[in-house]
Write a protein that binds this ligand. Sequence first.
Ligand SMILES: NC(=O)c1ccc[n+]([C@@H]2O[C@H](COP(=O)([O-])OP(=O)(O)OC[C@H]3O[C@@H](n4cnc5c(N)ncnc54)[C@H](OP(=O)(O)O)[C@@H]3O)[C@@H](O)[C@H]2O)c1
Length: 264
Amino acid sequence: MNALITGASSGIGRALAVEFARSGYGLLLVARDLPRLQAVATECRERFGVEVEIFPQDVGAPDSTLRVGHWIRSLRKPINVLVNNAGFGVHGDFAFTDLDREIEMVNTHITAMLGLSKLVLPEMIGRGAGGIINICSLYSFLPAPQQAVYAATKGFMLSFSEALSDELKWSGLTVTAVCPGTVNTEFRTRMGVYSKKPSGMSPERVARTAVHAFQAEKSLCIPGFLNQLLALLAKFLPRSVVPGLVRVANRMRRLNAGAKPRQS
Ligand SMILES: NC(=O)c1ccc[n+]([C@@H]2O[C@H](COP(=O)([O-])OP(=O)(O)OC[C@H]3O[C@@H](n4cnc5c(N)ncnc54)[C@H](OP(=O)(O)O)[C@@H]3O)[C@@H](O)[C@H]2O)c1
């Protein structure tokens, strides 16, 4: 059994690699940073004795699915689980953020997920087992001011995952959308948002919860009771008040500190 994981060089992706390796899966790991991918591969081989292949690749690049496809075929290993995890955020008022970066984000979160899913699904369906884990976000349920494009891509990922899960019910495959709240990774610092002390759930706990949910054939996984409550609340509140509440909550959590000031 093999798991193909994007964004496996750090944070949740790295923790997922360790979790799948612990369960005996061989790993095919993709991210841009080769030395960090090598370090994750070495750790998984040494700790769990599994086979690990790595491929340094920007999954948001135009020909990325094609390249990953060639790589997988050259390895001649079946992909039993695909994890679409690679991602990043862009923070700031949309009128003033960098459009190129946002398009890169759409390609990394959405285009790569669609391309890689199409790449692996026919063989998975033929085998009648395995499936896909999509790392979405609590923001999949919440329009988020100052992360408007990020939250919209995560909403797309959740909607796509849930529909695909239904389409594949007959096939024996599982599609699990994982929607974490704040996780203690490099995600926020990479986005230029600094908080005074590290906060959020550990990536290891998110990975454990995600793998258990996938193995239990769940279509939706929201790690943490408070996050489950927030997702539920978002369903019942009027849509018009949710963005304002997210803005206030982020201000209270000082998550906007360090980000580019709003231009006037
Ligand atoms: N941290 C949170 O609070 C949080 C909450 C909800 C959801 N998430 C989601 O969780 C996922 C993982 O994020 P994280 O928190 O673990 O952050 P992270 O520590 O910054 O890890 C992000 C991973 O994605 C990879 N990546 C980014 N852009 C890529 C690209 N274009 N091509 C290939 N790999 C790329 C990075 O590797 P390289 O730099 O080596 O390419 C890295 O391995 C993301 O999809 C994020 O949206 C995070």
